[in-house]
Design a protein around this ligand. Structure first.
Ligand code: F6P
Length: 535
């Protein structure tokens, strides 16, 4: 593996990137009549089109060469073999093990972790059966009909997004609520809607030290005791935890039989496949959670064994590298034309931006090139009436990743055709711009277009297909992080914010002056604090 910017492929791509400034994407179709076929891939119910980009045949060859020069095959092998590719935290990165069959061997520090993973999955399946059959009941005998999931970041965004995306598969009319924000309003709003006696609280925290989650869990527990006039012993019927830190969960008061563990080789933003996915299993039924895992596993196998030229995650990653490094685009819009995927952009924001939003490489070298883009998005067609004007005409070009679902999500007549018309129309409009005949006399009506987009089509939004798509994006992020030379699996910037918040909270709670030897309070923050707390 060479220094990235010295590699011949990188240098060629820099030249092609400059050439691309003079390329019209529309013209590429005239130059290569088979471009629409050649710049598309299929993979088990997924169709990916990247023809509406400025990637030429020559540029594509160099992108493949770049992936090879950076030894992407070696990187995949290292991840699947459980090597400590999260070097700053000295950990393996093995969320892929969570969705594999039990017979698969995944070694972490000399131990096959498949049996542990399947023991947890079996325990999750038993809990789902017990809750749905009514064997597990609340402390006064009521059947559980409501789940409240408390967690934040990776312990929230994935399960929240999946439960919403797959709500047509809900089992037995189970109700579900998610609480993440430390703002008490979030929890209060949920508590107002539920019945303590028929609610199961899930406390999700990999570390079991996250302030927001522990505060919400503490308040939820107190509310439960007050609202249902229950005793401490009754808590075991209403609170379970999912965590790596079993001791902290027990100290918090969770019954040790109610703790669903996972390994520290699972990063928070990749943890929905672990016991952190328990709300998904309870809400949709364990069989649908298993189908989600199976879809992800199918994508893992595709990623692991398919050559670069046909490999879907690698293509998605290379298109992103083209846009970020050779076209210098700093943003990326994720645009699902499916209402049930409305939370997908927010989920992907964490997965991508927390992983690859880094300015140094895995050894601390300041990087001379751009890395993870700013990711944002909204479901189509809502986004069209919000920020698309910027996407069509701003000086800052935003590549768009459109996602469409072939099978309708509703039975309402005509809606699906309208929705699909919009997704195709938008990618066309971005590319062709407005070549209004009146352009010369009305220059204000003219805009050039030539804006890149890709389109991913999912045959049907099933648990299996969603699993495929989520793993597709996880591997895209992995490939990009590897090519950029980053550690995609730590988040030091986020950790600093946690330390500073703790120091400030200690000062506020004890009404004592702020103390920190390492990070003294700056005058602006001191002034804001005194304004916030003055009588
Ligand atoms: O946002 C920072 C972070 O560390 C994420 O990586 C993680 O998903 C989240 O906090 C929650 O952490 P935990 O699951 O340990 O409560």
């Amino acid at each position: 593996m060479t220094v990235l910017e010295d590699s011949p492929a990188w240098q060629k791509l820099e030249q092609y990137g400059e050439d691309a400034q003079h390329i019209s994407i529309s013209d590429l179709f005239e130059r290569s009549p088979k471009r629409a076929d050649d710049f598309a891939l299929t993979c088990d119910g997924l169709y990916f089109d990247y023809a509406k980009t400025s990637i030429t045949e020559k540029a594509r060859k160099s992108l493949y060469a770049l992936a090879k020069a950076q030894n992407i095959d070696g990187a995949k092998k290292a991840m699947f073999a459980g090597e400590h590719i999260n070097n700053t935290e000295d950990r393996a990165v093995l969320h892929v093990a969570l969705r594999a069959p039990q017979s698969a061997q995944y070694m972490v520090d000399g131990r096959n972790v498949s049996d542990d993973i399947h023991a947890t999955l079996d325990a999750m399946a038993r809990l789902c059966d017990d809750v749905h059959s009514g064997k597990w009941r609340g402390h006064n005998g009521q059947k559980i009909d409501t789940i409240v999931h408390i967690g934040i970041g990776g312990s929230d965004l994935g399960p929240y997004m999946v439960c919403d995306a797959l709500k047509p598969f809900v089992k037995d009319g189970m109700n579900i609520h998610f609480v993440s924000n430390v703002d008490g309003a979030a929890l209060q709003n949920v508590l107002q809607m539920i019945n303590a006696e028929s609610t199961l609280f899930l406390i999700a925290s990999k570390s079991f030290t996250t302030e927001e989650t522990l505060k919400n869990a503490t308040s939820a527990r107190q509310w439960f005791l007050d609202a249902s006039k229950a005793s401490e012993d009754d808590i075991a019927k209403h609170f379970v935890a999912m965590t790596v830190n079993k001791i902290a969960a027990i100290d918090f008061g969770i019954d040790s039989d109610n703790i669903f563990p996972f390994g520290d080789y699972v990063g928070g933003r990749f943890s929905l496949w672990s016991s952190i996915g328990l709300p998904i299993a309870l809400y949709l039924g364990f069989e649908n959670f298993r189908a989600l895992l199976d879809g992800a596993h199918a994508m893992d196998e595709h990623f692991r064994s398919t050559p670069i030229e046909k490999n879907l995650p690698i293509h998605l990653a290379l298109v992103g590298i083209w846009h970020r490094n050779f076209c210098d685009y700093e943003t990326l819009a994720i645009l699902p034309y499916a209402q049930d995927l409305q939370h997908f952009p927010a989920y992907l924001q964490q997965t991508d931006m927390e992983s690859n939003g880094k300015e140094i490489d895995r050894y601390g070298r300041a990087l001379p090139y751009g890395t993870g883009p700013v990711v944002f998005g909204a479901s189509g067609t809502n986004g069209q009436h919000a920020f698309y004007q910027h996407i069509h005409q701003s000086k800052a070009v935003t590549p768009c990743e459109f996602i469409a679902v072939k099978a309708p999500l509703s039975r309402l007549n005509g809606h699906h055709n309208a929705l699909l018309s919009h997704v195709v129309a938008q990618s066309r409009a971005l590319m062709i711009g407005s070549k209004d005949g009146e352009a010369l006399s009305h220059p204000e009506k003219y805009f050039a277009g030539n804006r890149p987009s890709t389109t991913l089509i999912i045959d049907a939004l099933t648990p299996f297909a969603l699993g495929q798509v989520l793993a597709l994006y996880e591997h895209k992020i992995f490939v990009q992080g590897h090519i950029w030379g980053l550690n995609s699996f730590d988040q030091p910037g986020v950790q600093l914010g946690k330390i500073l918040a703790k120091e400030i909270a200690t000062a506020i709670d004890s009404a004592a002056p702020h103390k920190s030897s390492q990070y003294p309070l700056d005058p602006s923050s001191a002034r804001i604090l005194s304004y916030l707390f003055e009588e």
